[in-house]
Design a protein around this ligand. Structure first.
Ligand code: ADP
Length: 789
């Protein structure tokens, strides 16, 4: 890069400045503490084949060919150049002549020795170095006070830039010490930054930091090579490495900066074209490094490095500008860093040619520039950490908001469904009661329609609530004993009415090896099978519905059962088979009109099956029928304690007196009518509030108390707690919660408050009596825990 800038600056210099500078004949060295620029006093002779000797060039023929205004930069030339200059100095004073170009291969100074020719000092990789220094230096000690003419012979591989300076030896040494001090600070800063960023990389595992560390190492080596300090401090020179260090480290630094930019600016996603260009650049440069290291001529290497540097500058400036324009603010730091780098290189070059005065700032511009660069890139990295943190905070906030919204949504759904279910229960309850009264045919048809519609609405509400619970991950599965026989019997009982009405045949085919008792979630199993069976009944106009149960796996701990629900119904078109498991999807657009339903049932079933580690499949032929197969895993039970609880066919056999506590008069009436209608042995008394219920309970003996959970003033939980803590003689009375909500948490809270069980409104009298019967049996026989489901 520096070489590239060198060339530009030199070219500008030649164009504008050199023609007006005054050529002078001899340089008068007097001041001990200034740096003299020798260039205006130089005359030059080109030696194209590097064949002329000092004797030859002293002949008048060649002397006349010396040009007065030699170019500062002789370009990529391999020719030799003779430079002639005359200086005047107090005798016996030591001066140092230096050529500020570490890339020079060879330099030879011919120092006049009175009348008898020249004393020769040589510098360069071809001969022994006089001084082990970063660029060519020569010691001059004029013997007389008269003007002396010197000859300097140079050639090299890189661009032949020749800033030739002279200063007193003491001044040179003083400057050199200061220089070394600054260099030490500079490389120290690079080292600390590298260690610091490496630690960040170890903790953050962000590749940008690693690339940045590698960049720091490479730029340090590049600057060491370019300034000549590498030769002076680190490696022997001349050697294979010292000849190629600038070329190799320069190219590698460029590669590393491009890799860093690709990673840091996420170019693959944000600027794919520039990402590709960057990658091509890296590949080509790697090839260039390999060829340059082992095959190419040294002078060609330097030319290639200059071209690479030019392309590199264009690429990194372009991608930084584009990224910045795209809104990546960290790219702004990079842009600033590259600009500072270019300016500092420019200042260094201008100073090297004496175009701007030497002061601490101009002399150290390369170091100051590089340190600023390193800091700016670190700032870019810090800025990125900051923006990543901001993003994290934002994501966290969004997550919290989403969770909050989900919670609010669930609460709204739960409340809504509760609010809708309460009046709906009244509708269903009264419809049921009305059905049993004396009505005309038309009236009973209307009542049936009201009843059916209300039931459908209830199913829909339950489905929506279920689906929202599943989506919120709120569904948990129990592992309690399942009695398969009972489960199937219950399913068939539930569907009996529709089956009889449609004159269908309903069969159960349970393979012999299927265990009757196993562990799982009976409620969910019932929900899954009821859904499939009621669909089968619904979509089968004539024929049969069969529930087949087979054993898929029978192991010591686990079993897997296959449930198949087969019908001879309308079937499902092949192109709809895969979509019927999606929410709100039905096999045909006429389904709702003809059969009702919402298309939610199978979506819920599929989720419930899969959440338990099972799977569901369907085979169907339109007009012939469908088979839904569900495979589900369960755990086996070994310690089967056969319960000798036989639920009587008609119960209660003995009188059963219940207390119903509910604030809603309609609900009270429905519950009471349900109990009364179910059995002449059962009687229910009513209380409109918790307090009233407690008072009644103190005075009267009841077999069980039904308590509504949601009541003003004293809710169901409070009533239960009060009974358990303040009425010692009612410690064992069965308390059953009534609720319109389906939330599992209600159940848990009810149990925690001292209740034994829960019924969902509208409840079936049979279900309620069974629960009470079981509870009373368990409570009378303390060995048995109350059944809590
Ligand atoms: P719904 O029954 O409420 O419409 P489901 O999710 O239970 O919703 O079923 C989705 C659709 O799948 C039904 O609308 C129907 O078109 C089709 N389907 C389900 N079971 C059967 C079956 N046994 N026979 C024919 N079609 C069925």
């Amino acid at each position: 890069m520096r070489i590239f800038i060198y060339s530009i600056v030199v070219w500008i210099f030649q164009l504008f400045l050199l023609p007006i500078s005054n050529a002078q004949n001899s340089l008068n060295l007097q001041n001990d503490s200034v740096t003299y620029n020798l260039n205006p006093y130089l005359k030059m002779l080109k030696d194209p084949h590097r064949s002329l000797s000092i004797t030859q060039i002293q002949s008048p023929v060649f002397q006349n060919r010396f040009v007065s205004h030699p170019d500062f930069s002789l370009g990529f030339s391999q020719a030799g150049y003779w430079l002639q200059f005359t200086i005047l100095s107090p005798p016996d004073k030591s001066w140092i002549l230096s050529i500020h170009n570490p890339l020079l291969v060879h330099a030879k100074l011919y120092i006049p020795k009175g009348d008898s020719g020249f004393q020769v000092q040589e510098w360069g990789s071809q001969t022994t170095k006089l001084y082990s220094y970063k660029y060519p230096i020569f010691s001059i000690k004029p013997q007389s006070a008269t003007p002396q003419t010197y000859y300097l012979y140079v050639w090299g591989d890189g661009p032949l830039d020749l800033p030739v300076l002279i200063e007193s030896e003491t001044f040179f040494q003083k400057k050199d010490h200061i220089e070394q001090f600054w260099q030490g600070i500079f490389y120290g800063i690079l080292f600390v930054m590298a260690v610091y960023n490496f630690i960040l990389y170890v903790f953050l595992r962000d590749l940008s930091y690693l690339y940045y560390v590698l960049y720091l190492i490479l730029i340090a080596f590049f600057l060491l090579s370019l300034s000549g300090y590498g030769n002076e401090w680190l490696w022997s020179s001349p050697s294979w490495w010292s000849d190629r260090a600038v070329f190799i480290t320069g190219n590698l630094t460029a590669i590393m900066i491009v890799i860093f930019c690709l990673q840091f600016l996420h170019l693959r996603k944000t600027l794919p074209t520039w990402y590709k260009i960057g990658r091509y650049f890296i590949i080509v440069t790697v090839v260039e490094v390999i060829l340059g290291a082992f095959l190419l001529d040294l002078s060609l290497n330097m030319l290639l490095l200059t071209i690479t540097a030019a392309i590199f500058v264009i690429i990194i400036l372009s991608i930084s500008i584009k990224s910045y324009q795209n809104g990546n603010l960290s790219a702004g730091y990079l842009l600033l860093a590259w600009t500072v780098m270019l300016i500092s290189v420019g200042i260094a070059v201008l100073n090297a040619f004496g175009l701007i005065p030497s002061n601490t700032f101009t002399l150290k511009s390369l170091q100051i520039g590089s340190v600023t660069d390193v800091i700016l890139i670190s700032l870019a990295l810090v800025d990125r950490i900051h923006s990543i943190q901001m993003q994290k905070i934002q994501i966290e906030q969004e997550k919290n908001n989403a969770e909050h919204n989900q919670k609010v949504k669930e609460e709204i759904l739960a409340t809504m469904s509760h609010e809708i279910r309460t009046p709906l229960n009244a509708v269903i309850g009264f419809a049921k009661l009305l059905e049993k009264t004396n009505t005309t045919q038309t009236q009973s048809d209307y009542i049936r329609h009201i009843h059916e519609s209300a039931e459908n609405l209830l199913v829909l509400i339950n489905d929506i609530l279920d689906l929202s619970k599943i989506n919120a991950g709120k569904v948990t599965f129990e592992q309690v004993e399942i009695n398969l026989q009972e489960c199937v019997r219950h399913l068939f009982e539930t569907l009996q009415f529709q089956v009889t009405e449609k004159k269908l045949e309903m069969k159960a085919d349970i393979q012999e090896d299927v265990p009757t008792l196993f562990l799982g979630d009976p409620v969910r199993l019932n929900q899954i099978l009821l859904n499939l069976l009621s669909n089968a009944v619904k979509f089968t106009p004539k024929g049969s519905v069969t529930l087949r149960i087979r054993t898929l796996k029978l192991e010591k701990q686990q079993i897997a059962l296959l449930f198949e629900v087969e019908d001879t119904g309308i079937g499902i078109p092949a192109n709809r088979l895969s979509s019927i498991f999606e929410g709100f999807t039905q096999a045909s657009d006429q389904t709702t009109r003809m059969y009702g339903g919402t298309g939610l049932g199978l979506a819920i079933v599929k989720q419930l099956v899969e959440m338990q580690g099972g799977n569901i499949a369907v085979k169907s032929h339109p007009g012939i029928g469908s088979v839904f197969s569900v495979a589900l895993p369960f755990y086996r039970v070994y310690s089967v304690t056969e319960k000798n609880e036989t639920v009587p066919a008609s119960f209660p056999e003995t009188p059963l007196v219940l207390l119903i506590i509910d604030d809603n008069p309609l609900n009270r009436l429905i519950a009471q009518s349900t109990v009364h209608n179910a059995s002449s042995n059962a009687k229910a008394e009513l209380a409109g509030s918790g307090q009233e219920g407690i008072e009644l309970l103190k005075k009267t003996e009841y077999h069980a108390v039904l308590i509504d959970l949601q009541m003003p003033d004293m809710d169901g939980y409070e009533v239960a707690r009060h009974i358990r803590t303040h009425l010692p003689d009612k410690q064992h009375i069965p308390l059953i919660a009534m609720t319109a909500s389906l939330d599992d948490r209600d159940h848990e809270q009810a149990l925690a408050a001292g209740m034994h069980d829960i019924v969902t409104k509208p409840f079936e009298a049979g279900v309620l009596f069974k629960k009470i019967f079981k509870l009373r049996a368990n409570l009378q026989n303390p060995g048995n825990e109350p059944n809590q489901k």
